[in-house]
Ligand binder design. Structure first.
Ligand SMILES: NC(=O)c1ccc[n+]([C@@H]2O[C@H](COP(=O)([O-])OP(=O)(O)OC[C@H]3O[C@@H](n4cnc5c(N)ncnc54)[C@H](O)[C@@H]3O)[C@@H](O)[C@H]2O)c1
Length: 386
């Protein structure tokens, strides 16, 4: 029987613990705050109760799942774990300290994994005596619901550790994709234009939030429009991810954050969680209606879509991940209506290049530079898929 350790019993740690326990694995979850442990326990119990009410589990199954999770404030309980995943605060110094402590406790074969969304896995490994066992395993929130997990080896990681870690997460019923240790990995990088370009369209006065959201959901088939999604994620979190990716890419204008969103964060208009964001969620608030102009809507979809495709193409060009993993991450992982590279084939690569070049000519902004991947494909008359 495999035992997995989770350090940090917050939103992510408790979700990952539930995933592992649901797959029949024993879990040790450790937090230095006992209040966090009791909150995590109650949270998992409440999710399990909902699952029982919905008929997904019997009472006995829910009880047995819960009893496989051991809650502790002693890291020494990680002793027998095959893998330990840290899900503590997003701070490189704190993560490095935690990994050093864990390295002194666990077996030499234990995989030391991090659920970081933005920090360098190689940097976490650098402080270890055995850096070859460091691995990024990036779950999405809420971990029990979201299928995708990005697997990120550091440059020091032993290939056997990658295989073992990936197989373990696969055995928890997740869809794994392999990504190079680069800022934003696949999803948090490739998705940036969904927010960034929508914000530019808003700032330029081309359309308002409701119209852009209408176009992206009703005409392009996305589950949520960019503004409802930013409000759902939380503008504070979404803005920070954009700023982190922008900084990590040495201020590449493709990822430039938006003042419009920054001002919402400044005003504490975080979104759904506190009642106001791009939209007003307070009781009785009147919601803005979209302008359902199909020509305008199509132009919005085209502009955001070519920017998304460009980012996916660049991610492939720089060998950050494979074609299939990029498409899998965006379609199966975060529910885009199609894989972006498959979508590029459908739209026509030449068409994508033409639209990007038109934007570049109009704005003379490096943000709109077309990926060499797309130009090369046009030159060679190729598509992403045969
Ligand atoms: N929340 C998300 O949407 C999300 C998604 C993917 C990845 N992540 C990443 O997952 C990690 C955790 O995020 P979260 O949202 O669950 O955070 P959180 O604030 O909800 O939980 C963090 C927990 O770690 C505990 N903790 C902090 N330092 C500790 C230490 N040294 N030892 C033991 N416990 C410690 C805290 O008490 C807290 O309970 C971060 O790296 C974050 O970037 C978050």
């Amino acid at each position: 029987m495999n035992t997995s350790g989770i350090l940090g019993a917050g939103a992510m740690g408790s979700g990952i613990a539930q995933v592992a326990a649901a797959a029949g694995h024993n879990v040790v979850i450790c937090d230095n705050l006992t209040i966090a442990l009791s909150k995590a326990g109650k949270g998992i119990q409440s999710t399990l109760k909902t699952s029982v009410d919905k008929g997904k589990f019997t009472d006995a199954e829910a009880y047995s799942l819960y009893s496989r999770i051991k809650f502790t404030d002693h890291m020494s309980d990680f002793r027998d774990c095959t893998m330990v995943i840290e899900a503590i605060v997003e701070d490189i110094d704190q993560k490095q300290i935690a990994f050093k402590s864990m390295e002194a406790i666990v077996d030499p074969e234990t995989i030391l994994a991090s659920n970081t969304s933005s920090l360098s896995i190689s940097a976490m490994g650098a402080q270890l005596k055995t850096p070859e066992r460091i691995l990024g395993v990036h779950f999405f929130n809420p971990a029990p619901m979201m299928r995708l997990v990005e697997i990120i080896p550091g440059i020091q990681t032993d290939p056997a550790v990658i295989l073992k870690g990936k197989a373990l997460i696969d055995s928890w019923g997740k869809t794994t994709v392999l990504v190079k240790d680069t800022p934003g990995f696949i999803v948090n990088r490739v998705a940036r234009p969904y927010y960034g370009e929508a914000l530019r369209i808003l700032e330029e006065g081309i359309a308002d939030e409701a119209t852009i959201d209408w176009a992206m959901t009703q005409l392009a088939g996305f589950r949520m429009g960019p503004f409802e999604l930013m409000d759902f994620i939380g503008n504070d979190i979404n803005y920070t991810v954009t700023e982190t990716v922008f900084t990590a890419f040495y201020f590449d204008p493709r990822y430039k954050p938006s003042f419009t969103q920054k001002r919402l964060v400044d005003a504490h208009y975080f979104g759904r969680k506190n009642g106001r964001g791009f939209y007003d969620y307070r009781e009785g608030a009147v919601q803005p209606q979209p302008v359902k102009d199909e020509k305008l809507g199509r132009s919005i979809v085209d502009r955001i879509l070519v920017m998304l495709i460009n980012e996916a193409a660049e991610t492939l060009y720089l060998r950050v991940a494979s074609r299939d993993d990029i498409d899998m991450a965006m379609s199966h992982g975060v529910n885009y209506p199609k894989g972006l590279l498959a979508w590029a084939d459908e739209v026509g690569i030449q068409n994508v290049v033409n639209q990007l070049d038109a934007l570049h000519t109009e704005y003379l902004d490096d943000r709109y530079r077309c990926s060499a991947q797309l130009r090369k494909m046009v030159r060679e008359g190729k598509n992403f898929y045969p």
